[in-house]
Design a protein around this ligand. Sequence first.
Ligand code: C2O
Ligand code: CU
Ligand code: CU
Length: 458
Amino acid sequence: MSFTRRQVLGGLVGLGVVGLGAGGARYWLGRPFDRKTHDYELIAAPHDIELVPGHVTPAWTFGGQAPGVELRCRQGDELRVRFINHLPEPTTIHWHGIRLPLEMDGVPYVSQAPVLPGEFFDYRFVTPDAGSYWYHPHESSAKQLGRGLVGPLIIEERDPTGFQHDRTLCLKSWHVDEEGAFTAFSVPREAAREGTRGRLSTINGVSLPTLELPTGQVVRLRLINVDSTITYRLNLSGGEARIYALDGNPIQPRPLGKEYWLGPGMRIDLALKVPAAGSEELSLRNGPLRLATIKPVASSEPSAEWPPALPPNPVAEPDVERAETLRFNFEWAASLASPADEAAGRYKYWQINGQAWDINDKTCADRPIAKLKKDGHYIFVLRNMAQYQHPIHLHGLIFKVLDSNRRKIEPYYTDTFLLGKNETARIAFVADNPGVWMFHCHVIDHMETGLMAAIEIA
Ligand code: C2O
Ligand code: CU
Ligand code: CU
């Protein structure tokens, strides 16, 4: 696998018109070659795309495409991204699932000032964990993610794995009508329920694509749910597929089984044994709905066996015996929105332990919902008091899912856990990354109407 060390991505404008000082540009253009860093320039800008054949959708893109350009880095190396904002409004980039220093986490007013139109921000951090991740703004999320600002981030394993073939598949449903025009990204009565769904389902920006894969080969499919609302019930009936990693973190490989529920923000790495050429096409589905057709095409390579399990990421093992337990209730709270709030477009439908996050209040993170001791061991009991499921995400850390009152769980590491209807689950982790970390539901409508909090580690 090869990729350019330095790639200039997205190109409505050159650096010259960005308004950078020459010094800023020189820093990037003149730096010595160094194989341990991976440098990108990434531009967010309005860009027309074609989602509905023959129609234009006025998207916002990273690097001129939606989903955004795939960024790659090798585990343990440094990723450097000069991010340039050519949108008409402030934004940031958050690196979902990456354990990094707080200043690089991309949450406006918490870890950095928003990047204003015409300005840039240099993100740089070492990537400790291999796996499938993604990036997105943490500002005006319903609109910015809805318009297309989402992209894959792949951290390659330090040493070669048994996989020869690798495909990234970003799942997103667009809020567009039959002519490609945007419809509302967030509708209050939907925000108070499961969230506002887009109508047009796509993989890598294409509706119902056909994926041509080499016959007899084992292909690593990195499925990334970059959608704002939908939990995909993934299945590949008739296909031979095994799960190798969940949300970036390797597991002991096991068959995909009947269905895997991939909530917003979550990822699954599958190994698919591509059937013989000429055999029937496979369908990747969301429940009964087809997402893509998989078409085996001739390959001259000898047919392959299942690769060994992927090496685990260097995550500290929490000691559940001595861990301190904290409880978090995720509740519905429609009564919180006063008529005045609603008239002003401020809705609060959700809360954590009786507290609703207010996306218009820039000081919320000054009042963390919990303060943890650096290097302490913690168990969080997550209790969903509602009829709608919540993919619960924690920034800056990887946690271990221990158990649930609703289903049998083989403990595994993740950054996003899909908490089902009325489910109570326990997660545990070592608080080894100091900072103020967002803790929220990744259904964007829920997050923007209260279901977010800050966890402080000091
Ligand atoms: Cu991918 Cu705070 O989120
Ligand atoms: Cu995140
Ligand atoms: Cu939710």
